[in-house]
Write a protein that binds this ligand. Sequence first.
Ligand code: NAP
Length: 289
Amino acid sequence: MARIGLLGTGIMGAGMARSMIRAGLDVTVWNRSHDKAAALASDGATVADTAADAVRGADVVVTMLYDADSVYEVISDVAADFGDGVPWVQTSTVGLEGVDRLGRLAAEHGIAMVDAPVLGTKEPAENGKLTVLVGGDEALRERVSPVFDAIGAATVWVGPELGDGHRLKLVANSWVLSLVTGTAQAIGLAQRLGVDPQQFLDSIAGGPLDSGYAQMKGKAMLAGEFPASFGADGALKDAGLIAAAMDSVDMDSSVMRAVAGRFAATVDAGHAREDMASVIDGFDARTDH
Ligand code: NAP
């Protein structure tokens, strides 16, 4: 049975751990806040006290941490603990500069990194139904496929270069964040104009203007309930990564920066750890982002 060392058991990492265990993989987990990793013991995970303990003896190391800085910090500490030829599957969303930086770190330590950001949120992570967008050497495919088969309903080998997975991920997230912010904008406008926002959702339902996401996140906005599938803090981070990618290819990023501004206002309003649907509360004209 392949042994997986998983670093990071937040919303996504915890779901991925359970999906890997269900698929029969031998999973050792580590998390900075130990309690989140310890909670996975009852699901069958081995809980490591240190990241190095999770990496030692692993056949594949997986990172699902917050951003490029946290991944860089953690992998720098454990690079020497990787076994010979053990691949590192990097699934956190870190942006294009982040992939480059992490790729250089891997190369310095002779670690074979695979860029593998994921599409899908908490529920698909729990159910092994993510879409994995892979950039990396296909020669590693056999070694890393058990992980992708366990966490994903589909794996797309986008290209051979680190960053190939991330380019598609940023494109997809530009759509997701625009859609959620656009839904919040329409609902917020309806509320302020005295229109029943449910009437807006009903009027687009089932037609070409509809989307499952607008209905799902719209419902949360109307209920004012935001249990996190994807935190507003992560949405703010990703909007910045997308805007930076747009700048890097000489594309106007003002719309995505405006989206980032609404998420910044949302975080300021105290919703950092609530779902990104809370962006409905980031539309108060008094916020200065
Ligand atoms: P999360 O619940 O906030 O988890 C973040 C993880 O990163 C936690 O394990 C956290 O540890 C750890 N972390 C943060 N800073 C750290 C540091 N300096 N050193 C060590 N560990 C650190 O976030 P998530 O929703 O699981 O997202 C994880 C990644 O997946 C992000 O890159 C996100 O953009 C991406 N993603 C998320 C979704 C989604 O829908 N949620 C979907 C696709 C991709 P603590 O528990 O100690 O804070």
